[in-house]
Structures are given as structure tokens and as C-alpha cells.
Design a protein around this ligand. Structure first.
Ligand code: SAH
Length: 481
């Protein structure tokens, strides 16, 4: 195969990014938007020695798993990758992705994985599930402000205020903002010359409380005539928080370092299960609340708390998992690098009347070893630890040096090796690993399983239907010597 060759090929497999894979005389072609079972005509755009990339020209025979996408921009937009695949097939793909990584990178045997893997948890309705959306703003050829989504891997904007993954109120809000910008000659930010004002708009929606937050990210200290905009936005039912975040840097980071309240309060509230969460524009909060409840209930089930346990929740964000666990355990310690998130976590504990959760700002791989070193020696049982450590603050710190359960929920890059080493030293009975990247999950599990842990349960949860992302919850049990 050479560049610009056209070929007809049957799609027999799927790549990690959701692309279809077909083979022509043993030569693999990766074809975006092709679904397993399709026969497609494709044109080679890049040819390597053993494989190449091709563009889908025409579907000759559609797969039985192919569905009509709900969004007209499904192929172009960088948000969704597999909207043209039936939801059933999407779930099967994600299960396979997790399993493939655990076999290849984790080195776990197919027999063991057959035993420990539970079926993926999907959604009943896999649309309109996102409680958060960040819309980039730009300018069209006529000079009008526009918003929508980035074309995959670029900063070109697809004009669309009506994403099928988001909540319907997004459209109403965006149109108010666009009208306001037009009427008051307020320009969108232009990345090239670093001029213009409105960079992004962040919208958050509380699924249970129906509270709405709008945060305008701007390249300047002030929004002219902001009161006119606020008047309109505040009229939307559920509007709770209108804020502005200043970001004047040349950067891909969306939000500025801080925000100021323009109207209402600086946060919205939402519930996951019976726990109330306070969410500010800068805090991390899971974007799919329906599936988050299922994922955290699973983490709680895996932790199998009886009450009285000491639990560490590393990478705790605003304390979401910590507070879930605190209901059933003796004490929970959370660690998170973002100070605002830790403020939120503490506030969340307070508003829920949870007194047995404590949070620390810092890197998990630094905070946990510090606690461990400080209290080393007190490893066997809470009573014994308390006795050895004495009462008061020192006693507390010493108690924290041990753990019955450690939960980790790291970002995509996974856990730092220093952290894994400390976990092994602390030797908790159980480790619950919540992961958003099966490859780093597999890498980290291999380390833990080489050093005293047993893979007990694995279950994927689909937090992001229509995309290739998958969340996984894993239970590791300390091997009895
Ligand atoms: N468990 C939380 C957040 C998970 S996302 C929830 O479910 O809501 C991962 C979190 O890890 C983010 O909040 C990020 O700020 C934080 N983080 C990233 N690197 C970290 C590190 N080295 N130590 C501690 N937290 C970290």
C-alpha cells in the first residue's frame, strides 16, 4: 500500500482510539469512523512499513453495529469518537480494551481475568449525561462571535451549541452570551494575535439540584456592560452562580488561576447518592453524575468496610470518594494537589456533617510517605497503634501511618512509583484502584501484584458513552503469607 492508494476493505477489528482496522493482504489499515463489520472504500493517507492510516471514502456495506449518529458533527468533532457504533458494541469495545491492557501490560493470565472480571456497567440512556461543558469562542468569516467544539486535534471551531452529550440548557445560555457579544461589540479571543476578550464559557449543571453555573473565561480584567449579560442569564431557571475567570496567558489551559463572582454565589451544589457536594468553577468534579454514583458505590462495595477502618483516599479531588467511604469507616484521609479542591473537600465534609474525614494538600507520593515515616512502627491494629502513638496530634499522625484500605483515583498518568512503594510498605488489607486509563492501571497493578497483592475483582464503568474513554474499578487483596 502506498499513499493515495484506494482500496475496499472489510473492518475486522477496532483500535484503541475507536478507529476501524481492516487488513489488505496482511497489511493493517487504521480507518477513522469505520465500524467493525463495515466494508468500506478508503484512501491511504499515510503508509508505514507494516501498517497505514486511511480515510473513509464510502461505506460499501454497513456493519450491523453501525447506527445513525445523533449529532450532525459526530465525525468532525473531537468530542465523540464512536457515536456511529451501537451502544452495545461500544461497551464490548471498552471491556476488551481494559482486558487487553491487563493481559498485555499487566501480564495477567486470561484464566485469572475470566475469574475476576465482572460485566461493564453501562448507561440506560447514553446521551445528555455531561454536567459540565467548556465551550471555546471564536470569530466567523463575517466577524461574528461563534462557539462550539474543536475539530479533532485542532483549534478550529465547529459551530454547534447543541451537543448531544450535554444538557439542553447549554444552548439557551450560549445563545444569550453570543447575542450579548454581538449587541455590545465584545470580541471573542483570538489565539493568534492574543487579542479579544471571551476565550471560553464553562457551564455546570447539578443533575439533582438543577442548579446552574456559568463562568466566562476572559482575556482582560473586566467584561464591558456585564450587567446586561447578567440580567439575561440570571433569568434562566436554576441559575445560581455567574462568575468570571481571568486568563490572559498564551496557553491551552482553559481556566485562569482564580475567579470572581459576578452574580449569585461562587459555587453550585449537587448530590451523589445522599452526599452533598459544593462545586466551584475551578474544582474537579466527575462529569457524569449518574455513572459516578454507580462507580463510587462499586468502590465502596470493593472496600467492604465494616466501620472503624482507617482509609486513605489518594487523588481525592473535592473529596467525592472520601465522603462516600467516611460513612462506613472509622477515619478517612484524603490527599489532593489542588488547594481549592481541598478547600471544597473540607467544606463538603462540613456541610454533610461528616467529622471523620481529613484532607491534605500535596502530592500523594509525598504526603503518604511522610505520614508513613513519621508513624513507622505502628502497623498492627488501631488499638495497638493508638497505644504506641499516644493521644493528641502526634497520636493522630501516627494512626494515619497505617491503613486498612487505600483507594487511589489518579489522573491518566497513573500512580507515581514512590507511592506504590509506600502502599506496599503500609500493607493495607485492600487497595481499591479507580482508573481512567487502562494502560497505566495495568502497569501499576503489575507492580502491586508482584509485591504482595492479588487481583480480586475488576469492573469497567462507562462514564463517557460515545467516546473511547473507560473507567475501571479494581480490588486488590493483600496475599496472606
Ligand atoms: N477522586 C476524585 C478525583 C479524581 S481525578 C473524584 O472522583 O472526584 C484525579 C485528581 O488527582 C485530580 O483532582 C488531580 O488534581 C489530582 N492529582 C493529580 N496529581 C496528583 C498527585 N500527584 N497527588 C495527589 N493528587 C493529584
Amino acid at each position: 500500500m502506498r499513499k493515495n492508494d484506494t482500496t475496499v476493505v472489510k473492518i475486522t477489528d477496532i483500535g484503541v482510539n475507536g478507529e476501524g482496522i481492516g487488513k489488505v493482504d496482511g497489511y493493517a489499515l487504521f480507518i477513522k469512523d469505520a465500524v467493525i463489520g463495515d466494508t468500506v472504500e478508503a484512501k491511504v493517507i499515510k503508509a508505514k512499513k507494516n501498517y497505514g492510516y486511511a480515510r473513509l471514502i464510502k461505506i460499501v456495506h454497513p456493519s450491523l453495529d453501525r447506527v445513525e449518529p445523533r449529532c450532525a458533527f459526530a465525525r468532525k468533532c473531537g468530542g465523540c469518537q464512536i457515536q456511529e457504533m451501537s451502544y452495545e458494541r461500544q461497551l464490548a469495545f471498552k471491556e476488551k480494551k481494559v482486558r487487553g491492557n491487563l493481559e498485555r501490560i499487566g501480564g495477567f493470565s486470561p484464566e485469572l481475568l475470566d475469574q475476576v472480571t465482572e460485566p461493564i456497567i453501562g448507561m440506560d440512556v447514553p446521551f445528555e449525561y455531561r454536567n459540565k461543558a467548556q465551550f471555546p469562542f471564536g470569530t466567523d468569516k463575517e466577524g461574528n462571535p461563534v462557539t462550539g467544539f474543536y475539530v479533532g486535534r485542532t483549534h478550529d471551531i465547529i459551530v454547534n451549541t447543541d451537543c448531544v452529550l450535554g444538557v439542553p440548557v447549554n444552548k439557551e445560555i450560549l445563545e444569550i452570551i453570543l447575542d450579548f457579544m454581538k449587541e455590545n461589540q465584545i470580541p471573542s479571543y483570538d489565539e493568534k494575535n492574543e487579542k479579544g476578550l471571551v476565550r471560553h464559557v464553562l457551564i455546570r449543571y447539578g443533575f439533582t439540584t438543577k442548579e446552574i453555573m456559568v463562568c466566562l473565561v476572559v482575556n482582560g480584567k473586566k467584561i464591558p456592560h456585564a450587567d446586561r449579560l447578567i440580567d439575561k442569564l440570571a433569568g434562566i431557571q436554576g441559575m445560581t452562580s455567574i462568575t468570571m475567570s481571568v486568563n490572559t496567558k498564551r496557553t491551552n489551559v482553559i481556566m485562569g488561576d482564580s475567579f470572581e463572582v459576578l452574580w449569585g454565589q461562587g459555587y453550585i451544589t449537587d448530590y451523589i447518592g445522599s452526599i452533598k457536594y459544593r462545586i466551584s468553577p475551578l474544582s474537579f468534579y466527575q462529569v457524569n453524575p449518574v455513572q459516578t454514583r454507580k462507580l463510587y458505590s462499586l468502590a465502596l462495595e470493593y472496600a467492604d468496610l465494616k466501620g472503624g477502618e482507617t482509609v486513605w483516599d489518594l487523588y481525592c479531588g473535592i473529596g467525592t470518594i472520601s465522603l462516600f467511604l467516611a460513612q462506613k469507616s472509622g477515619k478517612v484521609y484524603g490527599v489532593e494537589t489542588v488547594p481549592q479542591a481541598v478547600d471544597d473537600a473540607r467544606e463538603n465534609a462540613k456541610i454533610n456533617g461528616i467529622g471523620n474525614a481529613e484532607f491534605f494538600v500535596g502530592k500523594a507520593e509525598e504526603v503518604l510517605p511522610e505520614f508513613y515515616e513519621r508513624g513507622a512502627g505502628a502497623k498492627s491494629g488501631i488499638e495497638e497503634a493508638a497505644e504506641r502513638c499516644g493521644d493528641g496530634a502526634a497520636g493522630e499522625a501516627c494512626m494515619a501511618a497505617r491503613a486498612d484500605v487505600i483507594v487511589v483515583d489518579p489522573p491518566r498518568k497513573g500512580c507515581d512509583e514512590t507511592l506504590l512503594e509506600t502502599i506496599v510498605k503500609m500493607a493495607p488489607e485492600k487497595v481499591v484502584y479507580v482508573s481512567c486509563d487502562p494502560a497505566t492501571l495495568a502497569r501499576d497493578l503489575k507492580i502491586l501484584c508482584d509485591r504482595g497483592y492479588e487481583l480480586e475483582r475488576v469492573r469497567a464503568v462507562d462514564m463517557f458513552p460515545m467516546t473511547v474513554h473507560v473507567e475501571t474499578c479494581v480490588l486488590l487483596q493483600r496475599r496472606t503469607m
